[in-house]
Design a protein around this ligand. Sequence first.
Ligand SMILES: Cc1ncc(COP(=O)(O)O)c(C=O)c1O
Length: 377
Amino acid sequence: MSRLYLSPPHVFGQEEQLVADAFSSNWIAPLGPHVDAFEEEMAAAAGVAHAVALSSGTAALHLAMIGLGVGAGDEVICSSLTFSASANPIVYAQGAPVFVDSDDTWTIDPNLLEDALREADRRGRRPKAVVTVDLYGQCADYDVIRPLCDRYGVPLIVDAAEALGSTYRGRPSGGFGKMGVFSFNGNKIITTSGGGMLVSDDEAVIRHARFLATQARETAPHYQHSVIGYNYRLSNVLAAIGRGQLRTLPARVAARRRIFERYQTALGSLPGLRFMPEASYGTGNRWLTCLTIDPGAFGATREDVRVALEAENIESRPVWKPMHLQPVFASARNYGGAVSEALFADGLCLPSGSNMIDADQDRVIAVVQMVAQTLKR
Ligand SMILES: Cc1ncc(COP(=O)(O)O)c(C=O)c1O
């Protein structure tokens, strides 16, 4: 049986044609017409005015931290339930992450966020930023979070790496903070093989990020630098791939949502198995179909299911291990933790690529059903 991956790349549109154009025009460089056009198209997709194309989502988060002036010892509040790339850039900038647990949407808990902001205020140490994560394509609750950040004067960075194509109260993900971040890694809903985007309504913020991403080269005939720069720009060839992918975003979201619904129809009635809920305020892209398995009711653990899937050459993954449990962040402060710990203990992500055919999805479904029937303890 061929291997089924969690979220493989899916190329089916005008990508090759656009890449051929990059070659024929000789713009094989970290700048060029496809970069400019991709930036404009992504700004439009996120509902913001400006965007800068970068080599990764991680680079975008790093430049966001630098842009906000995060420096030695500065605290930055970050959602705990996420991939490490949400938090690592805080440390690149020598800041100190403070982690906040999730609520039943799996995204950051606004009540705990308020506790963290209030306490920081009381101690006279205003955090330099709040990083929310639109987890597995589900937006955090921005109508609550944004006023909270405004009240405490803390800028909001939205890590929408997994949420391109999702909406919050009808508006696209990524545009709800001072800056937003997208990833075009190979496993994302659109990919450039690797890449990212920093978006903002603030032109100066994006101009500064673009300057830093281009080795902080100042305007001069020679090479002139007054600050440390980075080589973080996206290639024109890769931007061409991204443009082709972006044109088919609605079909990609529809395919992933359909995959989620097929899983839910087939498996939703199994005892102890619960799918990641969709918050009433938004429509997620269902980047990955995630569920939790209560071993008591289901009769087997999520690890039993993962191992059984692996035995059939099917990749699945536990839900993100929360950052406050990661050895590398052992000394970081955190608020709450029980929700994300339970999601990590029982949560599993199933293959969800937009190019997965029904017969392949049926393979996954059959294994989960088999475990439910035969592995009961
Ligand atoms: C939530 C989250 N943030 C940040 C990133 C980092 O993006 P990249 O891999 O493009 O650096 C990813 C994915 O890789 C992610 O899932």
